[in-house]
Design a protein around this ligand. Structure first.
Ligand code: NAD
Length: 366
């Protein structure tokens, strides 16, 4: 008995990556360290069956390196399914840089990070995510071609956030159609949690459509700015208790968890944040049981990846918009499938994405 306990403990110590809950047969995980610039980054490459692993870089002050590793693993896996379901020939990858983007991000650090990306010879292609701007990607571009999301003035497709927000808006409308019978958001009460790059652009679409918008953020300056710009209400209480029709998580992931799930009063959840469900099986099921329509995050927040993919494929703005608008149809189809098969919406989306990967894998073998 004692031997078994020791063996389990030893395994935990010796299997810090393969033993992680969020490890899902990732192909490669790269730890990047540079003493001079202070860079500490983790690049997760989940799957490259459909193409190179493309996904943004997040800079965040993680509580621990374990949190950073888990974020890299979860986010890179999400990218695999996002590109697969969107019909893009891309695999899934993501990078995290440990640190405060406001105080610790320097051009030297970004260049060094770019060198690490370059060392992977195109297997991983980066872009911006939380804590990053197009300007940061321009710096990365100085040392590697394996970067997207660079400025339009430098030949890139520019900031992907407005397109991401448009895709979320499309997905939200589809979810509203499924739940309420109409995709018109005029008069609907919607809470947007996190009013950063994507959240603000989403607020603009929603107010243009006549929705009654509430905003929540940890940054009081942003709240004031966005509230006065769009005439929307700052929600000062805990956002999970809000009496709204739609909850749009646009901050960080895992906001739908054991603490929050029973409090959510919204009938629809549709937002930009990656990995909204802390436990995609248990929490997906609970939402289904509670009759809350959940628009899978990796499906409706794909506008950004569509935008940066254009840089690789060379398609223009019109095609970006067309592909992003199609999120409406795909979302509707997946919500219907989930209902017909009595499975969670997350599972329905995952099944279709996995099927595409499996089909390609079979083709590649033949
Ligand atoms: P951002 O950094 O510009 O904005 C995030 C906002 O969330 C900030 O205003 C921040 O203050 C706020 N925030 C952080 N923690 C919070 C909390 N606990 N409660 C409330 N607010 C909080 O990031 P972004 O680019 O707008 O991305 C938002 C989310 O969408 C992220 O999860 C990102 O991974 C996802 N996403 C973004 C894109 C894109 O194109 N930018 C694409 C796909 C997915």
């Amino acid at each position: 008995m004692q031997v078994d306990v020791l063996a389990a403990d030893d395994l935990k110590k010796t299997a810090p990556v393969f033993g992680q809950l969020s490890f899902d047969n990732h192909e490669q995980v790269v730890f990047c360290n540079d003493k001079d610039t202070g860079l500490k980054a983790i690049i997760g490459i989940h799957n490259t069956v459909l193409g190179p692993a493309l996904g943004g870089t997040r800079m965040w002050n993680y509580n621990s390196e374990w949190d950073a590793l888990n974020d890299a693993l979860r986010l890179s896996r999400g990218m695999t399914f996002k590109s697969a379901i969107t019909g893009l020939n891309l695999g899934g990858g993501k990078a995290v840089i440990i640190g405060d983007a406001k105080t610790q991000k320097t051009p030297e650090l970004m260049r060094k990070f770019g060198e690490f990306v370059h060392s992977l010879s195109g297997k991983y292609i980066t872009a911006e995510d939380v804590g990053m701007d197009t300007e940061d990607m321009d710096i990365v571009r100085e040392v590697t071609p394996y970067v997207t999301g660079i400025s339009e003035s430098k030949g890139g497709a520019g900031n992907p956030s407005p397109i991401t927000a448009y895709g979320v808006f499309m997905g939200m409308k589809a979810a509203a159609k499924h739940k309420f019978g109409s995709d018109d958001l005029d008069g609907r009460k919607i809470l947007v949690q996190g009013i950063g790059h994507v959240g603000e652009a989403l607020v603009e679409h929603l107010t243009n459509e006549g929705a009654i918008v509430f905003i929540s953020d940890i940054n009081p300056t942003r709240l004031e700015e966005v509230s006065s710009k769009y005439g929307v209400t700052i929600y000062t209480e805990d956002p999970y208790d809000a009496e709204v029709d739609i909850y749009a998580p646009c901050a960080l992931g895992a906001t739908i968890n054991n603490e929050t799930i029973h409090r959510i009063k919204a009938k629809v959840i549709a937002g930009a944040a990656n990995n909204q469900l802390q436990d995609e099986n248990a929490h997906g099921l609970l939402l289904q049981e509670r009759g809350i329509v959940y628009a899978p995050d990796f499906l409706i927040n794909a506008g950004g990846i569509i935008n940066v993919y254009a840089e690789l494929e060379g398609y223009g703005k019109q095609e970006i918009i067309r592909k992003t608008e199609n999120i409406y149809n795909t979302t509707l189809e997946i919500l219907k499938t989930a209902q017909a098969q009595s499975i969670t919406t997350h599972h329905a989306a995952l099944k279709i994405a996995q099927q595409r990967i499996d089909d390609r894998k079979r083709e590649n073998l033949n």
